[in-house]
Design a protein around this ligand. Structure first.
Ligand SMILES: [Zn+2]
Ligand SMILES: [Zn+2]
Length: 201
C-alpha cells in the first residue's frame, strides 16, 4: 500500500476548531498523518445564483489548484450548501481514485432547536462523511454493509447509522490493516454485493 496522508482545507467560513477536531479524530482512526492547511479557499466562483447553492464539482477543481503533492488526499470542509446539477444537494463529493474531496456541514447539523449536544453530533457526522469521501479518493465504491462508512447517504440521519469505520472488505481493498481503528468489525459470513451508484453522499 502506498503511503498517503490527509490535508484538510477550509472552504469559505468554517470555525477553525471544527477542522482541528476533525484532524484530531481522523488521524488515530486512519493511523495516518492529518494536517490542517493554512490557506482558505474562496468559494465565490462556485456560486450558482439561480439555485443559491455552490457547485461541488467547481469546489473540487478549486482544491486541485495547485495540485496536492503526491500522496496527499486533500479534503475541503465547508459550511455551504453544495449541489450537483442532477441532485437537490449532496453531503460531499470526491474525485474517485483521485486526490480531492469536499464535505459539507450544511446538512449535518441537528435540526432540533433544543438538541442537547449539537456540536458533538456535528463532529460525529463530519468524521463519517470525511471517511466516506476519503474512501472514494482511495477508489472505493458504495457498500451495502449498513454500518460501513462507504454506505451511501443523502441525509444526516443516514450518516448516523454508520460507524466511523470501513467494513473488512472495504478496508482490505484499500490496504488498511485489520488492526487499524477504522478497519471495522468483521462482516461475518454476509458477503454482501457491492454496487456502483451515483456518487452522491
Ligand atoms: Zn464496506
Ligand atoms: Zn459516496
Amino acid at each position: 500500500m502506498f503511503a498517503w496522508r490527509v490535508e484538510l482545507v477550509r472552504i469559505g467560513t468554517v470555525a477553525p476548531g471544527i477542522l482541528r477536531s476533525l484532524a484530531a479524530e481522523l488521524a488515530p482512526c486512519l493511523a495516518r498523518e492529518v494536517t490542517v492547511a493554512a490557506v482558505t479557499i474562496d468559494p465565490a466562483p462556485a456560486f450558482d445564483p439561480l439555485r443559491r447553492q455552490y457547485r461541488v464539482d467547481d469546489l473540487l477543481l478549486a482544491l486541485l489548484d495547485p495540485p496536492p503533492p503526491a500522496g496527499v488526499k486533500r479534503v475541503g470542509v465547508t459550511n455551504l450548501d453544495i449541489f450537483l446539477p442532477v441532485f437537490t444537494h449532496v453531503l460531499g463529493l470526491a474525485q474517485h481514485g483521485g486526490q480531492v474531496a469536499v464535505v459539507s456541514l450544511h446538512r449535518l447539523r441537528p435540526d432540533e432547536p433544543d438538541h442537547p449536544d449539537p456540536a458533538g453530533v456535528l463532529r460525529r457526522r463530519l468524521l463519517r462523511e470525511a471517511l466516506h469521501e476519503l474512501g472514494h479518493t482511495l477508489g472505493l465504491v458504495h457498500c451495502t454493509v449498513p454500518w460501513c462508512a462507504m454506505r451511501a447517504s443523502r441525509a444526516a440521519e443516514e450518516v448516523d447509522l454508520k460507524d466511523a469505520a470501513f467494513c473488512r472488505t472495504c478496508a482490505g481493498e484499500v490496504g488498511l490493516a485489520a488492526d487499524c481503528p477504522c478497519a471495522g468489525r468483521d462482516t461475518g459470513d454476509r458477503e454482501l454485493p457491492r454496487v456502483e451508484k451515483e456518487h452522491e453522499g
